[in-house]
Ligand binder design. Structure first.
Ligand SMILES: O=C(O)[C@H](O)COP(=O)(O)O
Length: 338
């Protein structure tokens, strides 16, 4: 596959040097999977209090194969046959006001532009036929806006609800006291560990002016290398230490219980997670670029992650025919919501 064709197929991922590692991005060739570190899953949790708060009953999940609740005699009935695969959707937030101004943003909490809002809605259309049972976002508003706006387009029409975990009281005061209403909602867990890499002394500086001042190569090294941190900031490796650890400790257990998960986060926190999922080397991750507002799909099956490319192809069939389970899910949506 030429790099142009790859670029077209995946849009946001620069693939040079990556094809051999992850297989074809056209979706026709199954990509190489990554074994989950099962040892880490059972390791003592770093966030014991939070973990209990986040526990969601497995019965509220929507396995890919038969996920939706079909109305029957005016009542909802679950169609839940255990599926052996779950979907993992990753999405970088839409354009922010500082992306527009070309400023280093990092952990500064900046909202989306109008274009970013539109990108999030467009992303939502592209994943509107993919099951989503849980959403994880960073604690930054641009990722949260993106997740919420994307979900307005989902055909299942469940309501995404932020689980407030800043205190026991906030948690308690935001409880839902109807099992039926709970079934029609999607928990949204916000977590600082998914935040953008902290850009240190670069935060608020113009990217072009910084390159002019320190040299293009130096700035590119700060922005894309694996282990060289920007002044007083986090390297990708440091960002991975918290983002990938959170992914393994909090998100993988949800996938293992059959939950379909969406993560709305940031260029570099997602690069570190994709590096883990696709087993990229520290050299390969240098050329991994994520565009704003482009969703990416992985399938989790038998403890491995399979990249399914980005659901942005010209025809949706090319996207959703990737797996039989996703095709079945879509068929159920067609039958129920048409
Ligand atoms: O934090 C930022 O400035 C951007 O969101 C990501 O920056 P990058 O393109 O340098 O990775």
């Amino acid at each position: 596959m030429t790099s142009m064709a790859c670029h077209h197929a995946l849009i946001s991922i620069q693939t040079q040097g990556l094809q051999n590692k992850v297989g074809s991005f056209s979706g026709k060739i199954v990509s190489k999977g990554s074994m989950i570190d099962m040892g880490l899953l059972s390791r003592a949790n770093c966030y014991p209090v939070r973990r209990n708060l986040f526990k969601v009953h497995a019965s509220s999940s929507s396995p890919v194969a038969n996920p939706i609740q079909m109305p029957s005699n005016g009542e909802s009935k679950d169609f839940r046959k255990k599926s052996d695969e779950t979907a993992l959707v990753l999405i970088r937030h839409g354009e922010s006001l500082w992306n527009e101004k070309n400023l280093f943003t990092g952990c500064v909490d900046v909202p989306l532009t109008q274009k970013g809002v539109e990108e999030a809605i467009e992303a939502g259309k592209r994943i509107s036929n993919i099951p989503i049972d849980m959403i994880y976002t960073s604690s930054l508003i641009r990722a949260q806006m993106t997740a919420m706006l994307a979900m307005t387009q989902h055909r299942r029409k469940k309501v995404p609800i932020i689980k407030h975990n800043e205190s026991e009281q906030a948690w308690k005061w935001s409880q839902i006291h109807s099992e039926e209403t709970k079934k029609q909602s999607i928990p949204v867990i916000t977590s600082w560990q998914l935040n953008e890499r902290m850009y240190g002394e670069l935060q608020g500086l113009n990217k072009q002016e910084t390159a002019d001042r320190f040299g293009k190569e130096k700035v590119q090294e700060w922005r894309r290398s694996y282990d060289i941190p920007p002044p007083d900031g986090e390297s990708l490796e440091m960002c991975a230490d918290r983002a990938v650890a959170y992914f393994k400790e909090q998100i993988v257990p949800q996938l293992l219980t059959g939950k379909n998960v969406m993560i709305a986060a940031h260029g570099n926190s997602l690069r570190s997670i994709i590096m883990y999922l696709d087993k990229l080397t520290s050299q390969e991750v240098i050329s991994l670029e994520l565009s704003t507002g482009i969703p990416m799909l992985h399938i989790f099956k038998d403890g491995k992650f399979f990249r399914r490319g980005s659901p942005t192809g010209p025809s949706e069939a090319g996207v959703y025919a990737y797996t039989r389970s996703l095709a079945l899910y879509r068929q159920k949506l067609d039958e129920t919501f048409h």
